[in-house]
Design a protein around this ligand. Structure first.
Ligand SMILES: Nc1ncnc2c1ncn2[C@@H]1O[C@H](COP(=O)(O)OP(=O)(O)OP(=O)(O)O)[C@@H](O)[C@H]1O
Length: 626
């Protein structure tokens, strides 16, 4: 049998423990919520396993989580008769940290001011390790089903190493023994524990029992007192549940430190019966950028937890939603494969999606500021639905917000509002993508639309380039990129004589500019001299920049240079070319029109010093005083 071994925590865990033990955590009391939640999960796991193999229970199914304070020994013990852990599981679970984004999270923490740290760590959710906020030593004594000899003891002071040794344990399950720090001694008071369980863990479905011992007449009297009301929140009537109870439940399942923006609590009856309790977060959780986020809800079948993250009931673009589904119809011993084919699941999923989307709509209509905060963080995730949820894409589109050429900076319009304000004769929804709304507002592409009184959506999320094309149209109006070729705004309306007079210049310009696929006249511009447009099916300049930044070999697609024949500079160049076709300046000036257009679309000119030289030559040639 293996004896005591001292092992090192994995590097990331060491750093995390360092942060925790240096009391950067604002809320040490949450350790109790985390440990009770782990104990409850452990009971759910063995309960689930026993569906297939009752031997696992070893006759021990009087489900219970006990909290035992011992003021003399200064310990607080949280015990469960759950699944327990084998030696390997202890090393895997308590010596390493499984969260995928821990490294990135720690990098981010390093870059922040120390005053921001408590909030950040709280949001990341440190689970078991939060014990070290209140204890200077933690002992875990645990064993899985299979007999006392499988017992294992894990001990650590959270400083970098832990020891692990075999230690017989009579009953299956886990004892977590916290050796409390001096300043955390008040967590050994019964009243304190009572209040905390009521506050954090009232809804835990298994009894949370406070065990106190008192010396009376030379004898030790033990009292057991169940502290929680054990009513699963989702099974209660929404009228009976207080906002605080919802919030505490949400915090337990999400690790979020803020209350949710919206609670959706509903039940469906009929062919498929189920209850759902879903939460929409107030902001993008900090961990969203650092951990892989899988969509999923807790799936209960008749109050037994079947799956902690059932992906089948929630599409990936709604992965920010947390919550519970409790179904009456699914079989208890369902496997993931069988589950996928179960028709009830499809009904659940459809209902869940419909309720979330209308919940978001309700939030937008009644609590706009809250919606805005949610949307600023999670709008880009929601937008994935345009591409991924064909059936609901118009509903997703209803929820989107855009700045437009006409909105005040920082204010938004919905697509429905945009369409409502479209003047008679406007057939398409125009949009322009780029880095910032401010930059786009100055774009020459807006000129002709402005002149016609038509508005343009300004899209600044990188994901817009990928998701918007999937929408195709909204309320029967096709979407059209303002910087892409469109028959309406192209040179069709230009009088034949104007075209004829420019023909020579256009031929010369094409010869001077191998980087464009064509040079032509346009009605798109009313003030500027030139702009670049992509072919109808081509890639916009913005998308090309995004792909290049992401290291994708996008290559450069050639765009079309459009010249505004009414612009005085373009007209002057036409006159110069008509008079002296081989004047050396023609090539330079054509290139300047091209470079202006490159700058206007938000890209960089290839050779800035040559550009400056051309401008300077122009200044010299036109500044001579007669
Ligand atoms: N009481 C327990 N019984 C059995 N296993 C446990 C117990 N407590 C912790 N574990 C194991 O240790 C792992 C790590 O626990 P920890 O609280 O750090 O994270 P978690 O519970 O997996 O994640 P989260 O806190 O985000 O829910 C758990 O996933 C579980 O496998």
């Amino acid at each position: 049998m293996a004896t005591a071994e001292t092992l090192e925590f994995r590097a990331e865990l060491k750093q995390l423990l360092h942060l925790i033990t240096h009391s950067l955590y604002s809320d040490p009391e949450i350790f109790l919520r985390e440990l009770i939640s782990n104990a409850s999960d452990a009971i759910n796991k063995v309960k689930f396993n026993s569906l297939a193999n009752e031997d696992q229970l070893e006759g021990n199914k009087d489900w219970k989580i006990t909290i035992t304070p011992d003021k003399d020994a200064k310990t607080l013990t949280i015990s469960d008769n759950g699944i327990g852990m084998s030696r390997e599981e202890v090393v895997d679970s308590l010596g390493t940290i499984a969260k995928s984004g821990t490294k990135a999270f720690l990098e981010a923490v390093k870059a922040k001011q120390s005053s921001d740290l408590p909030g950040l760590i709280g949001q990341f959710g440190v689970g078991f390790y939060s014990s070290f906020m209140v204890a200077d030593k933690v002992t875990v004594h645990t064993r899985p089903a299979g007999g006392a000899a499988l017992g294992v003891k894990w001990v650590s002071d959270g400083q970098g190493t832990y020891t692990i040794e075999s230690a017989e344990k009579e009953t299956r399950g886990t004892d977590v023994i916290l050796h409390m720090k001096e300043e955390s001694a008040d967590f050994l008071e019964a009243w304190r524990l009572r209040n905390l369980v009521k506050k954090f863990s009232d809804f835990i479905e298994h009894p949370v029992v406070l065990v106190t011992r008192e010396e009376k007449d030379g004898k030790t009297e033990t009292t057991e007192d169940t502290l929680n009301s054990r009513k699963a929140v989702w099974l209660r009537s929404p009228r009976e549940v207080t906002p605080e109870e919802y919030t505490e439940f949400y915090k337990t399942i999400s690790h979020d430190h803020e209350p949710p923006a919206k609670v959706l609590h509903f039940s469906i009856e009929g062919k498929s019966e189920f209850r759902a309790l879903l939460f929409i977060p107030a902001t993008k959780p900090f961990s969203f950028d650092y951990e892989e986020q899988k969509a999923g809800l807790k799936l209960y079948v008749q109050r037994v937890l079947i799956m902690d993250k059932c992906e089948e009931v929630l599409p990936p673009y709604l992965r920010f939603v947390k919550g519970v589904i409790d179904s009456a119809d699914l079989p208890l011993n369902v496997s993931r494969e069988l589950l996928q084919q179960n028709p009830h699941l499809e009904t659940i999923r459809k209902n869940v999606v419909r309720n979330i989307l209308s919940g978001l709509e309700g939030l937008r209509n009644t609590e706009y500021e809250k919606y805005l905060t949610f949307y600023r963080g999670l709008g880009p995730v929601l937008k994935e639905g345009l591409a991924r949820d064909w059936e609901n894409r118009e509903k997703v589109a209803d929820l989107l917000l855009f700045e437009t050429a006409n909105t005040e900076p920082g204010k938004f319009a919905t697509l429905a509002e945009y369409v409502e304000k479209m003047p008679a004769g406007q057939e398409k929804i125009h949009y322009l993508t780029g880095e910032s709304a401010e930059q786009l507002r100055h774009s020459p592409y807006l000129e002709a639309f402005r002149a016609k009184g038509e508005d343009v959506l300004l899209m600044t999320d990188p994901i817009d380039e990928f998701t918007l094309p999937h929408l195709h149209e909204y309320k029967g109006k096709p979407l059209q990129a303002a910087d892409k070729a469109d028959a309406k705004t192209d040179d069709g309306d230009i009088p034949a004589d104007v075209r004829e007079s420019f023909a020579g210049l256009l031929i010369a310009a094409r010869a001077h500019l191998p980087e464009v696929s064509d040079v032509r006249l346009t009605k798109r511009l009313t003030e500027s001299a030139s702009c670049l447009v992509a072919d109808a099916g081509g890639m916009s300049a913005h998308l090309e920049r995004i792909l290049k930044r992401a290291g994708e070999a996008a290559g450069s697609t050639k765009r079309i240079l459009e010249l505004n024949p009414d612009n005085p500079a373009v007209a002057a160049l036409r006159a110069l070319h008509a008079k002296v076709p081989d004047d050396g300046r023609v090539g330079n000036f054509v290139r300047l029109f091209y470079e202006q257009a490159v700058i206007a679309e938000g890209s960089k000119v290839m050779d800035p010093s040559a550009f400056a030289k051309r401008v300077n030559e122009l200044i010299v040639s036109t500044s001579s005083v007669a």
